[in-house]
Every structure is written in C-alpha cells, then in structure tokens.
Write a protein that binds this ligand. Structure first.
Ligand SMILES: [Mn+2]
Length: 337
C-alpha cells in the first residue's frame, strides 16, 4: 500500500532540500505574514508543533497580533511580535513569498533576515520565493495543505495540536471547503488531519459563526454605504476611522467584508477599501468572479504592492481613502465594460 494517502506529491528533490535545512537546525524561527489570517498562523503553529516533537526550539513570530478568533489555536500564546534576539539557525517563512509581506518583523531585523538561511513554504501563485529553498505550490488551497503534503513526504510527526492548526489553515483559505480552490486533495489532506484528532467545529465556530455585536454594526454601516455600477456587477464600499468609531469596532472586525459584498445578487467584482491607523494609506480587498482575476488586477493597479489569488486578492495604495477609491473604481469599471 502507498504510504502516502494523497493523490499528488511535492517535488521530492525540494522536500529533501527542505529537510536538509531543517535537520541540522536547532533554533528555528517560523514567520507568518503581517495582518495574519488562519492560514499563515495555523501553518506556522502547525509546523512548530511538528518540529517541537523533533526536539527543535521553535519561535513563531508575526508582525501583528493574531486576531482574537484564533485564540483557540494551541501555542498561539507563543507568537511573538518582535525578536529580542535574532539568533536562529533557520527561518521558515510561511504563506508569503516576499520578505516585505512580513512587515515590521522583517524591517526591524532586515540585516538578520538578509543573511539568514530561509526555507519558504507558500501557495500563492504570485509568490517570488524568499528562501534558499522555496516550496511554492499554487495547487494547494492553503499553505497548510502544502504542509500536510510535506508532513507526509518528510514523515514528520503529526499530533493533535499540529493537526488542529493545519486544519485551521485549510478551513480558513477554503472558507470551510466552499471556495473553488478546494480539490479532492484538499479533502484528503483534511481527512488526514481529522484522523489525527482535529474537529472542524472547533475551528468553524470561532472563525465563521461567532461575531461581536460591534462587528455586525460595522458590517451594516459598510453595506449601508455600498455603491454599485455596471448594472450591479461592480459593488464597492469603504471604511475609515469614523466608521470604526461609529460601530465601536476594532480594525480586525473588517474580516471578509469583501466576501460579504461579493455575495450580493448579480455582483461579479466586489471591492472594499479601508484606511485606518496609517494616514495616507488605503488598503483594497478585492473579490472577483470569473473571468476577472483579482490577483492580476491588484498587482497591476498597485504596481506590485498587491497580489493574491484569482478570486480573492489585496493591494495597498499610498493615497488617501477617497482618492484610492475613485482611482480603483474607475479602473474596475473599465475592466468590466
Ligand atoms: Mn494562505
């Protein structure tokens, strides 16, 4: 019987090259991209639990505090926002392929990172690869799915904690297996995690069901001010500090707003613009139905300060909210007409 229950495998040479970096390393830094989500944090912690079991000393780090709805993840309290002592044998960069995506964690330690041994594990099709060894698999729904393949091929120990963290990554990036990035292999990878003890409801309840009243109020303000064009195929809305204050909401409560806008009848392109905490900076979250490619649009309009997947992507504009909104909406109208 095949000892690998998954229908496709990672490049065996790359897996060996990654193991050749991991095996001699004792102190390992696992980094998740800024403005973290369940996949980058779940992947960092999932791999941490596997490497812990091998006797490694692991430090997970992320420039921003993980969102509260991930507080159920085992080991979340170990995620550091800064590095007191950047002395690591190996850096494993997860769920992004460019150092700039790791935000101030990179900026504050760039001398260390630029000369560090780096293993990069990511699933974004726009990924450039920021390591000496890069395993980038855009056919994986989540970096966590790629890590299940890696775990299987590298024969890493898979315990309950690792399984729960990795299933969180897959459930986050597939929106509970709803998105079209869900493949038979995604479900096979998830099945392996369930066999290791992970229970989907442990993840789905805090991430997709529970919602503070302030978040519901914030969402209602965003919907109330939404505008449409192109016969309703384009929808957009925006939020700033005043929106947050009116709802009593925290910035992280804007999670998946663009997804909610996309679900309006007839919408093919949904854009959510926000500007808070960083004056003169506007962030776009874009959701597109085929044939529109959100990742390509975000990368092009932001001149490289954006990217992602074909259905969901983001971009950063060094413009005030109203200016960025007007610019992007005009471009999106041209795209759709
Ligand atoms: Mn991801």
């Amino acid at each position: 019987m095949n000892d690998n229950a998954l229908d496709t495998r990672l490049d065996a040479g790359l897996v060996q090259a990654a193991l050749a970096l991991i095996e001699p390393a004792q102190r390992i830094l696992l980094i998740a991209h800024e403005r973290p989500d369940g996949d980058c944090i779940g992947s960092a912690l999932g791999l941490m639990h596997m490497l812990d079991a091998l006797g490694k000393t692991c430090v997970p780090a992320c420039a921003d505090r993980p969102p509260r709805n991930l507080s159920f993840l085992p080991g979340i309290e170990r995620v550091q926002q800064t590095l007191e002592n950047a002395a690591f044998d190996l850096v494993i960069a997860l769920d992004a392929g460019e150092f700039r995506r790791f935000g101030k964690l990179y900026e504050e330690n760039s001398r260390f990172f630029d000369s560090a041994t780096v293993l990069n594990l990511d699933h974004h099709i726009t990924s450039e690869g920021c390591g000496q060894v890069n395993i980038i698999d855009p056919t994986s729904s989540a970096t966590a799915e790629l890590l299940v393949l890696f775990q299987q091929q590298a024969h890493l120990p898979l315990n309950y904690n690792a399984a729960l963290c990795l299933l969180t990554g897959i459930i986050t990036d597939t929106s509970s297996f709803q998105f079209t990035n869900t493949t038979p292999r995604t479900l096979e990878a998830a099945a392996l995690l369930l066999r290791a003890g992970a229970i989907p409801e442990t993840i789905v309840q805090p991430i997709f069901r529970a919602r503070p009243l302030a978040q519901a109020r914030f969402q209602s303000l965003v919907f109330a001010s939404a505008q449409t064009a192109c016969d309703g195929r384009l929808i957009w809305s925006a939020a700033d500090e005043h929106t947050l204050a009116a709802a009593g909401a925290a910035p992280e409560m804007d999670d998946n707003i663009s997804g909610l806008l996309r679900d309006i009848d007839g919408v093919q392109v949904a854009a959510f613009f926000k500007s808070y905490g960083e004056p003169g900076v506007t962030r776009l979250s874009l959701r597109c139905a085929a044939p529109y490619n959100a990742g390509e649009i975000c990368q092009r309009l932001s001149h490289g300060f954006g990217g992602g997947h074909s259905r969901a992507a983001g971009a950063t504009f060094h413009m005030p909210l109203a200016q960025a909104t007007a610019f992007v909406v005009e471009e999106l109208k041209k795209e759709i007409q």
